[in-house]
Ligand binder design. Structure first.
Ligand SMILES: NC(=O)c1ccc[n+]([C@@H]2O[C@H](COP(=O)([O-])OP(=O)(O)OC[C@H]3O[C@@H](n4cnc5c(N)ncnc54)[C@H](O)[C@@H]3O)[C@@H](O)[C@H]2O)c1
Length: 243
């Protein structure tokens, strides 16, 4: 990760925060920890010399353009983009409102498009980069009450496979991959009922939920030079739950 400039979205807590810490420990030159929630970013302030919190909403296209311009002016490159920001608004289809649908599509799918479009232009200028987008086992296997979320997590896999081909044209070494976590201990899942948690653990061959660190390790691998010939793939990190 040495000399790499990285951008991680949804970095204020949960999986994103763990990814930032892993990248920092791995010696990245600078990690921009992007989150729309300023409060969440406070924990990162002045903690790591190579981490810079950046308040940014992945739905705000003009602000994203200004952010990328500023990073380009200072560093001239972005080597790694982790599209991790995501939200849920779960409901059975009969009860899912248009607002629930739009909100999740806007952050989880269009937000990924917004960030990638802005940053891949700079990666293309430099002829290299690694883009990792957070999918979910819900994007490969579906889940009750998550029509909106499943559509976005399946959608990012399809976009990523297209990007793996599109971004590597003319010899560019720009890779695009997804990580698909199973149920992971973060603030997103903290309200799952005890009965559901027990059933997840029972159905998982490795017998537990993922930690944010389990997921961050996979992201670090895909971001690093160790994965330099891996593109268009979906790395499931779910303890075998979907087998
Ligand atoms: N926790 C799980 O079980 C699980 C499983 C599979 C996939 N995932 C995916 O992993 C990613 C991270 O999940 P998590 O559990 O750490 O979530 P989380 O809710 O704990 O953290 C998400 C972070 O994203 C930020 N965010 C939300 N909307 C944003 C926006 N518009 N712009 C910028 N930042 C925004 C939030 O402020 C928050 O800090 C998500 O994409 C999620 O869908 C999570």
């Amino acid at each position: 990760m040495l000399n790499k400039i990285c951008v991680v979205t949804g970095a204020g807590r949960g999986i994103g925060l763990e990814i930032v810490k892993k990248f920092s420990q791995a010696g990245a030159k600078m990690i921009f920890a992007v989150d729309m929630n300023e409060q969440e970013l406070k924990s990162l302030e002045n903690q790591y010399p190579n981490v810079r919190p950046a308040k940014l909403n992945v739905c705000d296209r003009p602000a994203i353009a200004a952010f990328v311009d500023a990073v380009k002016a200072e560093f001239g490159q972005i080597d790694v983009l982790v599209n991790n920001a995501g939200i849920t608004r779960d409901a059975m289809i009969g009860k899912m409102t248009e607002d629930d649908w739009d909100a999740v599509l806007n952050v989880n799918l269009k937000g990924v498009f917004n960030m990638t479009q802005a940053i891949v232009a700079l990666m293309t200028e430099n002829g290299k980069g690694s883009i990792i987008t957070m999918s979910s086992i819900v994007g490969t296997d579906g889940n009750i009450g998550q029509s909106n979320y499943a559509a976005t997590k399946g959608g990012v896999i399809a976009m990523t496979k297209g990007w793996a081909k599109e971004f590597a044209r003319k010899g560019a070494q720009i890779r695009a991959n997804c990580v698909a976590p199973g149920f992971t201990e973060t603030p997103m899942t903290k309200d799952l009922p005890e009965k559901v948690l027990e059933s997840i653990n029972n159905k998982t061959p490795l017998g537990r939920m993922a930690t944010a660190e389990d997921i961050a390790e996979g992201v670090l691998f895909l971001a690093s030079e160790k994965a330099k010939f891996i593109t268009g793939q979906v790395l499931k990190i779910d303890g075998g739950l979907t087998l």
